[in-house]
Design a protein around this ligand. Structure first.
Ligand code: SAM
Ligand code: SF4
Length: 327
């Protein structure tokens, strides 16, 4: 699939649930987000059908996300079915890690290749402050379990927030001396005006590089395979690598290869544009595979050239936050 800017679209991110067992302040308001009704969430059968058609039309990578994907019952058989598709897409998952210790081995067994774990602090009280829930020990156990299960390379995603956890960038980066992980720093994105951190909280990629430079000499490493948004670097003598994702200051829209599917069945051609294509109604009205494929191709055709969040002077209150789109 190619969009009107000649970008090849071969990556589908599926939010399998909008529910979450954390309440990260940069992602959700205190009271949570009104959950999509049970009947509105796509069934695994519906998610599988969309995935199959997407793969038949050139999708090569599927990431399962949420909300928190590990809270949805039935995930493991779903992963297994996706892995049995004849074109066998690369299959990955993004998780907050809380339930990973219980599920990592089984996920690996049914075919999951990799996992990205989101972790923003190594301090227990701070974890509770950012996520509004306890659980750092569980996340660390989850990371160990993923590593032991062979979900490799293990990626740890950290969102540095000024005045909150940006002082831990160096501690996270130093983890790569000990561990063969990819520790990635993602610029905070001001997704919606009603979240706890204002746009000025963003710790920019340039500031992140400054901190990295104060630790040890590092060199850029060549990215192999499909190019993602992270620029990768390695400190001299380190086992792992660090990544920087300048999601706002130097958006990677020119290389964007993604479509996103929300848990309630809407295709979003862009993380930050409100345009959505309703697959759920079509599915439940008995559309054919061909009609579903046309909707998919239609979403590709309306992918905008780029997002403009860096230019917004006032952040609007958006209906869907990150948890509703999948990040
Ligand atoms: N619950 C899972 C998790 O936290 O990994 C998956 C869904 S979460 C929405 C996916 C990713 O989005 C996480 O890595 C999270 O840190 C990131 N995220 C959420 N809100 C963000 C924001 N405002 N700016 C940057 N990243 C954000
Ligand atoms: Fe949940 Fe992930 Fe959002 Fe945190 S970032 S509230 S873990 S969906």
């Amino acid at each position: 699939m190619r969009d009107t800017f000649n970008r090849k679209i071969d990556y589908l991110r599926i939010s399998i649930t909008d529910r979450c067992n954390l309440r990260c302040r940069y992602c959700m308001p205190e009271e949570g987000v009104p959950s999509v009704g049970h009947g509105q969430v796509l069934t695994f059968e519906e998610l599988f059908r969309i995935s199959r058609i997407a793969v038949e039309h050139g999708v090569r990578k599927i990431r399962l996300t949420g909300g928190e994907p590990l809270v949805r019952r039935g995930l493991i058989p779903f992963v297994e079915r996706l892995c049995q598709l004849p074109q066998r897409p690369e299959l990955t998952l993004t998780s907050n890690g809380l339930l990973l210790a219980e599920q990592a081995a089984e996920l690996k067994k049914v075919g999951l290749q990799r996992v990205n774990v989101s972790l923003d602090t190594l301090k227990p009280e701070r974890f509770e402050q950012i996520t509004r829930r306890p659980g750092l020990d569980k996340v660390l156990e989850g990371i160990s379990a993923a590593e032991a299960a062979g979900l490799w390379p293990l990626k740890v995603n950290m969102v540095p927030i000024r005045g909150v956890n940006a002082d831990e960038i160096a501690d996270f980066a130093r983890l790569t001396f000990e561990h063969d992980w990819q520790v990635r720093f993602i610029e905070f994105m001001p997704v919606s005006g009603d979240l706890d951190y204002p746009p000025e909280s963003r710790f920019s990629a340039a500031e992140i590089f400054e901190v990295l430079g104060s630790i040890a000499p590092f060199k850029e490493i060549e990215r192999k395979g499909p190019v993602g948004p992270a620029r990768l670097y390695q400190f001299e003598g380190a086992k792992g690598v660090v990544g920087v994702i300048p999601a706002v200051s130097d958006h990677f829209c020119g290389e964007c290869n993604r479509l996103r599917l929300t848990a309630d069945g809407f295709l979003r051609p862009c993380l930050f544009c409100e345009d959505e294509i309703d697959l759920r109604t079509a599915l439940r009205q008995g559309c054919s595979d061909e009609e579903l494929a046309q909707l998919l191709l239609g979403a590709v055709q309306i992918k905008p050239e780029r997002h403009r969040i860096a230019e917004e002077t006032v952040v609007p209150e958006r209906r869907r936050k990150m948890q509703g789109i999948g990040g």
